[in-house]
Design a binder for this molecule. Structure first.
Ligand SMILES: Cc1cc2nc3c(=O)[nH]c(=O)nc-3n(C[C@H](O)[C@H](O)[C@H](O)COP(=O)(O)OP(=O)(O)OC[C@H]3O[C@@H](n4cnc5c(N)ncnc54)[C@H](O)[C@@H]3O)c2cc1C
Length: 284
């Protein structure tokens, strides 16, 4: 089902997974997606490696989630270094799988990509949204990324929101945000985004902190910040206590967002069953 249609009827809860690299972790994901089915998320999504590096795996997991577990699925698709031909091959595959949703992203240039594999047909995610709309019309519901604390490369929040508007003007139906830990950033972003006339639904991206070092690594990569009082609480705590503190914080964060009327919560599950189940149970 198209996410744009689901969002017309209700607020969404969704789970994001990534294609594992090793066979043991693949088995964990098989079990996770099977066991999380009972929570009936409105959709699930599968990430796409930088420069298309996980293309086949992403398609395989997308197929598995759709056909074996009957989830509504969104596949992430990045355009950096991709050619029109490669993008069209992916949208054709998704059509064949009867997958209705794409998260259209620019992605980041992989350091190790051979020069001859790099195409410059797409510069920004807005080019990808335009291309998918041009070649497939309304076949897909298209989501794009938003950054409550600004994308790391953007000159200013205003410039970043202009870029977001371009993606929506090209035909994006909804926005999913980068992770954030202070709801203030989300509310502030929402106000600024609405002020420039962007009226599509905005789904909040949520990642519970399972341990401080991992959270620091993720936030350094994506430019999000962890509130200082939370860092102080986590710093020096045992691994078990860090998990407990992180989960309690995430449950409170989600509760606040839900109470404020957020249009959707998208959980970056990191393929973890226990943490995702615990969070869902404590929020709803
Ligand atoms: C929900 C979510 C899911 C993600 N999933 C994946 C994934 O599966 N795989 C993956 O590799 N990455 C993923 N990412 C990360 C994403 O690919 C990176 O953040 C990437 O650096 C930017 O992608 P984008 O689609 O936001 O790019 P864009 O929207 O193209 O923006 C990139 C930068 O360019 C600027 N910009 C845009 N248009 C213009 C313009 N016309 N002129 C000047 N500047 C402009 C923007 O302000 C921004 O700073 C995800 C991010 C989010 C939030």
């Amino acid at each position: 089902m198209k996410i744009s249609d689901i969002l017309k009827a209700k607020r969404t809860v969704s789970f994001e997974f990534f294609p594992p690299k090793k066979e043991e972790t693949e088995q964990v994901l098989f079990k996770t997606i099977k066991d999380l089915r009972k929570y009936n998320p409105d959709f699930v999504s599968v990430t796409y490696g930088a420069g298309g590096s996980t293309r086949d795996k992403t398609l395989e997991w997308t197929k598995c989630m759709k056909q074996e577990h009957d989830y509504s699925v969104m596949m992430h698709l990045t355009c950096v270094a991709a050619s029109e031909q490669k993008i069209e091959a992916v949208t054709d595959s998704l059509t064949g799988l009867q997958v209705d949703n794409i998260l259209a992203l620019r992605g980041d240039m992989p350091d190790d990509m051979p020069k001859e594999d790099i195409s410059d047909e797409f510069q920004y995610a807005s080019d990808l949204v335009r291309y998918i709309r041009k070649t497939t019309g309304d076949k897909f519901s298209i989501g794009v990324a938003g950054y409550p604390e600004k994308h790391t490369e953007a000159k200013s929040m205003e410039a970043d929101i202009e870029s977001l508007k371009r993606k929506v003007d090209e035909g994006a139906d909804f926005i999913i945000t980068q992770l954030f830990f202070d709801n203030y950033h989300f509310y502030n972003y929402l106000e600024k985004v609405r002020a420039v006339g962007i009226d599509v639904p905005i789904i909040a991206g949520i990642m519970p902190i399972l341990n401080l070092s991992q959270a620091v690594r993720f936030t350094q990569m994506c430019g999000a910040t962890i509130p200082k009082p939370l860092v102080a609480k986590l710093d020096g705590a045992t691994v078990e206590d860090q998990y407990k503190i992180g989960m309690e914080f995430a449950a409170k964060q989600c509760g606040g967002l839900w109470a404020s009327g957020v249009e959707g919560l998208h959980f970056y599950t990191l393929n973890k069953y226990n943490a995702t189940e615990e969070l869902i149970k404590s929020v709803f």
